[in-house]
Design a protein around this ligand. Structure first.
Ligand code: ZN
Length: 268
């Protein structure tokens, strides 16, 4: 007997499709944008050091091509307007966004990645399904969304390729896309694991809270994390744009460890 196939989104028994983690429509744009770059050779080399994302085979055609493709279409639109640009150090931009479409897409990417890697937060992400599917905007209040900009960074080539002995340098631009975690740790206060989605110059951080939890806890966390991570800003549901300053982190630093860890002292 054939094994029951349940869609990871609608939870119905249906014929399932096979998809890559990064939607094809978006992947094509990323590829085209990177190909024009003179540092393409170095970028593809760096990209290879990051494990490949296998495919997802547990989503039905309706969820994929109807419900979730609205989110993918929105991100492609945002890519053409915002993510295509590589932002320079200290540059200030006004980032325009549709809060729920952006957050639902980031949660979808995180949920897909969590299932691929059997990550510890798979269940927490699964609880967000009614929000991801656009059925319950209130549920989204239990997840905070932060944005941070990554700047191009000059690196010695031998840091990337050990066979190089010269002091020659290269500018690494933030052109990598990946989904992972960040451990935010403040001694004597505590730590929290956040989801992070990197898309070229932009890094989006998602912080999860109990849905019944008070707003005070979220406000406290916002003031601590934004005071420790330079350039990090909370995006709000009642706003349509935010000014972001590209002072966050260098592209090479951000890449060095796919599971970036930030540890901060209590000193400002
Ligand atoms: Zn489905």
């Amino acid at each position: 007997m054939e094994k029951q196939k349940i869609c990871a989104y609608c939870k119905e028994e249906k014929k399932l499709t096979k998809e890559h983690l990064w939607p094809n429509s978006l992947h094509k744009r990323i590829y085209a944008a990177n190909e024009q770059n003179e540092n393409y050779f170095w970028l593809s080399r760096l990209q290879r050091t990051i494990p490949n994302e296998p495919t997802i085979k547990d989503v039905c055609a309706h969820c994929n091509n109807v419900t979730l493709s609205i989110l993918d279409a929105y991100i492609c639109n945002l890519f053409d307007r915002e993510f295509i640009n590589i932002i320079k150090f200290n540059e200030k931009i006004s980032f325009e966004y549709d809060y729920h479409l952006l957050k639902r897409w980031l949660l979808k990417m995180s949920y897909n990645s969590a299932r691929i890697h059997s990550a510890h937060d798979e269940k927490a992400l699964e609880l967000m399904l009614p929000y991801i599917l656009g059925e319950d905007d209130n549920l989204g209040r239990s997840v905070q969304l932060f944005a941070l900009l990554t700047y191009p960074e000059e690196v010695k080539k031998r840091e990337i390729d050990k066979t190089i002995t010269s002091d020659e340098t290269i500018i690494i631009e933030p052109k990598i896309h990946r989904v992972g975690h960040i451990l935010f740790k403040v001694p004597n206060i505590g730590q929290k694991i956040l989801r992070v989605v990197h898309l070229r110059s932009f890094s989006f951080l998602l912080a999860f809270w109990p849905s019944a939890g008070g707003k005070a806890e979220q406000n406290d966390f916002e003031s601590i994390i934004t005071s420790k991570m330079n350039g990090l800003k909370l995006l709000r549901a009642n706003k349509k744009n935010i000014t972001l300053e590209c002072v966050g982190i260098g592209a090479w630093m951000s890449l060095k460890d796919a599971r970036s860890q930030f540890e901060f002292s209590n000193k400002q």
